[in-house]
Design a protein around this ligand. Structure first.
Ligand code: ZN
Length: 244
């Protein structure tokens, strides 16, 4: 609205043309929201933007959400939890290359290929030096944790295994979680991917999987040590205690 008023002052228009200008802005905003650009909304101010979600990937995501969660689109409307992971790749470049394709590598990920065509992904990718990259808008469903993708934001940490994860990543994850919580007070749970199948933990009540033939897989990322370190930073430095 400010832009329109300003344009009207700079370029005095006849009322009918000004109305058309207002309609044009409105149409552009609508088109933006309906297009793949919606994936770039809810961006983190600190993260470097590396949006991997094309229009094609959003449509594949909508298919996935419909099949597994009865969803009506690719949107993640009200996140309830955050899941931490590691990529199982030793470098940022290899991790980005793996996540870039909209389609799942059905040979490499044969274990989950029956679950749908869309590639796995997360909202954030944290390099070993603590640099944070945002690879999807926080309002988009990413495929990273079976049974929880419809309500979980995912953070991937670059690393071949738990032994490669760094203190910088634990610090960056905790600071990122703090910023995410400010944007989404609906979030109550923080888990590691290796904790997602534990039905004794409070987060498990959120589990939903409509395809009875598609079962959760065994996960070991990011591991107990890393989760303990992130939880410790959150509690001691920021006074944040999330349920698991
Ligand atoms: Zn994982």
């Amino acid at each position: 609205m400010t832009v329109v008023t300003r344009s009207a002052q700079l370029f005095p228009l006849k009322p009918c043309i000004r109305l058309n200008a207002v309609r044009l802005v409105s149409l552009l905003v609508s088109a933006f929201l309906l297009s793949g650009c919606a994936g770039a909304l809810w961006s983190d101010p600190v993260a470097r933007q590396l949006n991997l979600f094309t229009q094609e990937r959003l449509l594949l995501t909508a298919d996935y959400a419909r099949h597994h969660y009865g969803g009506d689109g690719y949107e993640l409307r009200e996140p309830r939890m955050i899941v931490l992971h590691y990529t199982a790749f030793p470098t940022l470049d290899e991790s980005v290359r793996f996540f870039s394709s909209p389609f799942l590598d059905t040979e490499f990920r044969r274990d989950i290929s029956a679950g749908g065509a869309v590639n796995v992904s997360a909202h954030y990718l944290v390099d070993r030096d603590g640099t944070v990259y945002q690879t999807a808008g926080e309002n988009v469903i990413c495929r990273h944790t079976i049974g929880f993708n419809h309500l979980a934001l995912g953070i991937e940490n670059v690393g071949r295994g738990a032994e490669q994860l760094t203190e910088e990543q634990a610090e960056a994850d905790a600071a990122l979680i703090l910023r995410i919580l400010r944007r989404h007070p609906s979030i109550r749970f923080l888990i590691g991917h290796d904790e997602y199948r534990d039905s004794r933990r409070p987060h498990y009540k959120l589990f939903r999987e409509d395809d009875s033939t598609y079962g959760p897989t065994h996960k070991i990322d990011p591991g107990k040590t890393f989760m303990a370190r992130v939880r410790s930073i959150l509690a001691k430095r920021y006074g944040i205690l999330l349920e698991d």
